[in-house]
Design a protein around this ligand. Sequence first.
Ligand SMILES: Nc1ncnc2c1ncn2[C@@H]1O[C@H](COP(=O)(O)OP(=O)(O)O)[C@@H](O)[C@H]1O
Ligand SMILES: [Mg+2]
Length: 512
Amino acid sequence: MWGIDMQKIKSMEMKGITKRFPGVIANKDIDLKVNSGEVFALLGENGAGKTTLMNILYGLYSPDEGNIYINDKKVIIDSPKKALELGIGMVHQHFMLVPSLTVSENIALGSDFESKFRLDLKKISKNIKKLSKDYSLEVEPEKKISELSVGEQQKVEIVKALYHGANFLVLDEPTAALTPQESSQLISWLRTVIKEDMGVIFISHKLNEVMSVSDRVQVLRNGKTYFSAKTKNTNIDELAKNMAGREIKLPKLEAEKTHGDILMELKHIWVKDRRGIDVLKDINLKLREGEILGIAGVSGNGQKDLAEVITGLKKAYKGEIIFGDQNIEKKSVQEIIDLGVGFIPEDRLHMGTIPRFTVKENLILKDYLKNPFSNNYILDQNYIKNYCKTTVEEYDVRCPNINTPTHALSGGNIQKIILSRELKREPDVLVAAYPIRGVDIAAVEYIHSKLLEARENGMAILLITEELEEIMNLSDRIAVIYEGEILRILDNTAASKSKLGTLMAGVVDENK
Ligand SMILES: Nc1ncnc2c1ncn2[C@@H]1O[C@H](COP(=O)(O)OP(=O)(O)O)[C@@H](O)[C@H]1O
Ligand SMILES: [Mg+2]
């Protein structure tokens, strides 16, 4: 696009790649080859070395050993600019767009023209429109990034790569932050539009996506290649086993337990959003001791408001929340925490933790001024250190040490920090929103077993998720939420994927 003689990538090969960081070998002698017209899935648990390998391909790191070949010719990729010149584009796990700038401005950023000429935004915007039409990727060039949803921002990232001439795409966990609808759109787009004339490396923890979109798979574990195959010759169980190094079996609840006492009851709860529109309409729910109540629904149907009204972050304009023998609806967040309500929020990095705080600080965030962490407002550093070390071990949080800042950890490990903090406080009621979003399958197994253990011990859990398998494996009862209303509450035994799917789309068949 910029007059560079862009070559078409027919094949990209990495040979014998090794990359060391202080104290860890992130990649060890990895070989990988991807041809144009192929979607290649790169798999592995958190920390397996996927992002490092892709950062090497994109010129962000240089390998300690090994070489890269494009169309069988050796190339040196020492910067993202060089990678793009060669035709390689990458969309990172955490987007790198500037929120206060428009789509056009973001796409133009980083091009050489910026320094040489004034940006011709009109022309850029026209080119973006054409490109987004050619590739069936709707973006609005004049909109600000801050106005866009995560899914839209991702499209901008992809258009940006294409605009700068990419004909080989690396997508690092592109579906981790997307809703199931956005994910399936992306997958079908990859299959129909992109596969025609591009090579794609696709990273995901969601093995059903991998099975449906990829032609070949390669599994990394501890920085080494453990397994590779044509997708059609393998299956989810085999991939999971190779990722974790052991058989993975997702736990399921034993249904038919007798229901315990009611610990919390929502009565006729109504909540408005900032524009005055009702986002929760007459919600009635009972949370019982030793029971998981699943909330099934397409995200954006009031789940966030439901979690926030229970935890005191949002206020209802009508209705009551009875917890113990009082109405907690008017109470503050801190009072509700202290009364015994735990929360695993949707946005784990900003609501669940303080990113710049250490692992240790985040583990004791809610209780550091209380016994046994403090005595008369003086922190018991020894106790805290031992407590945190034990917790990190017990919950298998992978971090260099407890003084590492939390933002340096992978999503799965941050999730384990929140989970351990919330469960160890032993709340009577726990609200868990999307607890497995973006975590690998071994971590899913672990998180699910911990939630079931808490249920066994009498905790009442409200589980919010879009994953039907998760909800059916864990919930005693399942309430389907649609446009702020609870459409139905089903017993686990009466629920099926198809029934839930229909209800989640807002279809209530009165005859069934
Ligand atoms: N910049 C870095 N400095 C030090 N260690 C790193 C750095 N980036 C990644 N690592 C380490 O390299 C290993 C592989 O990480 P990564 O490539 O991010 O894995 P994945 O993407 O598969 O989750 C991990 O042990 C991680 O802690
Ligand atoms: Mg990664």
